[in-house]
Design a binder for this molecule. Structure first.
Ligand code: ZN
Length: 250
């Protein structure tokens, strides 16, 4: 048996809806035993992107049972009126969000690491592993796969709207409010390990002659030993940092 429930979604939560429902209040049939969370996810919106909700005008938890004729207003992160304490639907985000990325997001993982953000990523993670890592290590999941974001164990996550890595990067920095928290040249692009400055003499034998003569500052990954210097990769990073700064200030 199903019951009719009214929904109205705010801002980017509309991206998950069928076109005819976007920006509108609409009625949708929900199974009679649904909670507010079941209802929201049944319409297509993953719980991780929902920050607050009202049922018939009153703030409500995800577990609130739905009744026929209920009206839900559903808000994303950053776009809801002030919440009374106890009604936030997720724990607060860490000061600097650590991430776990879905397979196929290797380019985004490298860009985020380039800017210093902690990213777990492997090409062969199963969905179960991604969810387990996110839950165990307090990471936000980044994915293009909406069902993954409906997993109960996840507190934080984000569905990448774009398929282009540099646009995805801007989305992530905006959504998690990270633009002021870049720490370029602190993390290994390949393994995510922290970088430490290293004396040139200690890495000279691993360098091509041209690199050895052109650069003085070197960094080494404390996990895998890979050596970095401010070469072409650094210029790309500087360009990215400048671009991110421009996009987030206006
Ligand atoms: Zn490394």
């Amino acid at each position: 048996m199903s019951i009719p429930v009214q929904f109205a979604f705010t801002g980017p939560l509309n991206d998950f809806l069928r076109r005819e429902f976007r920006g509108k209040t609409f009625s949708y049939p929900c199974p009679a035993t649904s909670t507010a969370k079941d209802g929201v996810e049944g319409v297509g919106v993953p719980h991780v992107e929902v920050a607050a909700l009202r049922v018939n005008g009153a703030w409500a938890p995800f577990a609130q049972p739905l009744r026929a004729g209920d009206r839900l207003e559903v808000y994303p992160r950053w776009e809801h009126p002030p919440l009374p304490s106890g009604y936030a639907l997720h724990p607060p985000l860490p000061e600097v969000t650590p991430f776990v990325l879905d397979v196929h997001l290797g380019k985004l993982a490298r860009l985020l690491r380039m800017l210093g953000f902690d990213c777990r990523y492997e090409r062969d993670y199963a969905d179960d592993q991604i969810a387990a890592i996110a839950a165990a290590e307090g990471r936000a999941a980044l994915t293009r796969d909406i069902p993954l974001l409906k997993r109960k164990v996840l507190d934080w996550g984000y569905w990448l709207r774009s398929q282009h890595p540099e646009v995805q990067l801007a989305e992530v920095l905006g959504y998690f409010r990270l633009a002021g928290k870049l720490q370029p040249f602190t993390r290994c692009l390949v393994c995510n390990g922290p970088l430490a400055a290293v004396d040139k003499s200690l890495v000279a034998d691993q360098l091509e002659p041209e690199t050895r003569t052109s650069f003085e500052e070197f960094y080494r990954c404390t996990a895998c030993g890979r050596v970095y210097w401010k070469g072409s990769h650094y210029e790309r990073m500087a360009r990215l940092v400048a671009q991110v700064g421009k996009e987030t200030t206006g």
